[in-house]
Design a protein around this ligand. Sequence first.
Ligand SMILES: [Zn+2]
Length: 196
Amino acid sequence: MIHPTAEVDPSARLGPGTRVWHQAQIRENAVLGANCIVGKGAYIDRDVHIGDNAKIENGAFVYRGTTLEEGVFVGPGACLANDKHPRAITPDGRLKTEADWQGGKTLVKYGASIGAGALVLPDVVIGRWAMVGAAAVVTRNVPDHALVVGSPARLAGYACRCGHPLEQDQGRGCWACPTCEATYDFAPLGAKASQG
Ligand SMILES: [Zn+2]
């Protein structure tokens, strides 16, 4: 299903069941898996790869160099940027072209979520099931299941596969989900090295 107001380049490949809503744009050679949802006004840049069952919410920007694995959520208005040292012009004042430009790469792994309005700077890996808080600014790698918030984004805890924050269970020496009761063996917080 592609809404008539959406603009999907003929060279883009969309898997079965993927839906593209109003005024979304999908650029050249982008590849989306099956059953993805691309919300109103979202932008998927050239050569972006997106796995099955991903949700790209309204007005999100996913720039070239980004790979989203299966089941990734990108919240409304979030941006996955690709230029760490942006300039419109070269040092001698010429308008930059493709040849002057070196983009970064970002990988968002299976099941991870990027909160509404968050900004992900290039050249980071966001781990499986990680949770990036709304409006966070991600400047470095995010471990699996990590909950990161703020600018620059810092480790604030861990998120369950169900999306809820985990609580440290001192008695059992693990992290537990108060919502679905899943448990995980993550290191206690405070060990700063746990954020890669
Ligand atoms: Zn849970």
